[in-house]
Design a protein around this ligand. Structure first.
Ligand SMILES: *Cc1c(COP(=O)(O)O)cnc(C)c1O
Length: 357
């Protein structure tokens, strides 16, 4: 039977490579006389899977030996609280570039003192700061940023240099989409459901020195230290989700690694941004120098036009394009697994829609 798949622009959970779904489907039923769902997280088989996942993360990111790789439950949101619980003694500094960094700040406020170093809330988050706008204070316990703003479609083009202040980043929506200098970061966290696999897990990269001292007495489950000491097996992890994540990491490797994935991501984004720049109908949300590679946001003149754009696109099997209510309009999320053919279909539809509008 043929498989009918639409082009899925959903912001997350998001499209996964078909080959990954097919492999997952197979092991769902047979994995050494059991299914992948039924094996112990302490079994030899699962041990091989989680080790392979870690190896691939290390390889893709070029991770030095003094960083740990953790797979934890709770999505990205748990780290909004866990990061301050584990790192905040006196004060944490924040760059606020959208909904998710605001959430991270709000949660840190439950734990201790925070300070906002940069915000573009008044401009409704159309940009990320230039390095010169970030004044790092050596007194801060850490500096928190969101590298890609999923809802607003903006992304840092340059990572600020924070010197000795640990740089903490939420990379939920752009992790492994392009090469980065990981040594600039002390802690990276990312929910899996955008670029890494299905929902239910987060990837954490943490530098060893951050595991040394805990500023307060908190339950073990909330400490990065315990998860690092037990190599993500402090408790039962979501084994099947980790397996799927491993398959996605293998898929990246098969495609030629991050470098080739990045190249295709640039091609995909350029097709859409070029179409936006050539149009008088579509108005991009993000400033040109802050554009996201992963989430491309734009508006049409009226809600009616937006609705008929979404309706017309759906008829062409282009789905998941409705923008977040705080931005309105359209958002095309084109993560690693989103195929360039779907981007070409979208651009063709955009042009046709503009001719008729
Ligand atoms: C989606 C998203 C989140 C929320 O992730 P959960 O896994 O639902 O907690 C946080 N930050 C960013 C940047 C996101 O894109």
């Amino acid at each position: 039977m043929g498989i009918s798949r639409v082009y899925n622009f959903n912001p997350g959970p998001a499209t996964l490579p078909l080959s990954v779904l097919q492999k997952a489907q197979q092991t769902f039923m047979e994995f050494g006389g059991m299914s992948i769902l039924e094996i112990s997280h302490r079994s030899k088989e699962f041990s091989g899977i989680i080790k392979r996942a870690e190896t691939l993360v290390r390889e893709h990111l070029g991770l030095p030996a003094n960083y740990r790789v953790l797979f934890l439950q709770g999505g990205a949101s748990i780290h909004f609280g866990m990061v301050p619980l584990n790192l905040l003694k006196n004060r944490a500094d924040f760059s606020i570039t959208g909904h998710w960094s605001k959430r991270a700040l709000e949660e840190a406020n439950h734990v201790g003192e925070t300070r906002v170093i940069f915000t573009d809330e008044e401009g409704n988050f159309t940009r990320t700061p230039n390095p010169g706008e970030i004044k790092i204070d050596a007194q801060a316990d850490y500096f928190h940023m969101t590298t890609n703003n999923t809802i607003f479609g903006t992304e840092y083009q340059e990572i600020p240099d924070t010197g000795d202040v640990p740089l903490v980043a939420d990379m939920s929506s752009d992790i492994l989409s392009k090469r980065i200098d990981v040594t600039k970061f002390a802690l990276i966290y990312a929910g899996a459901q955008k670029n890494l696999g299905p929902a239910g897990i987060s990837l954490v990269i943490i530098r060893d020195d951050l595991l040394e001292k805990l500023p307060r007495d908190i339950p073990t489950m909330f400490t990065y230290r315990a998860h690092a000491a037990k190599k993500s097996l402090y408790h039962t992890p979501p084994t099947f989700t980790i397996y799927c994540l491993m398959l996605v990491l293998e898929w990246i490797k098969e495609r030629g690694g991050i470098e080739s994935v990045e190249k295709i991501n640039h091609e995909k984004a350029k097709l859409i941004y070029d179409a936006l720049d050539a149009s008088s109908l579509y108005e991009p949300h993000a400033d040109k120098d802050s554009r996201s590679l992963m989430n491309i946001t734009f508006r049409l003149r009226t809600d009616d036009l937006t609705d008929s754009f979404i309706e017309g696109a759906a008829k062409r099997d282009l789905v998941g394009l409705k923008g977040h209510r705080s931005v309105g309009g359209i958002r095309a999320s084109v993560y690693n697994a989103f195929p360039i053919e779907g981007v070409k279909e979208l651009v063709a539809f955009m042009k046709e829609f503009e001719r008729k509008a």
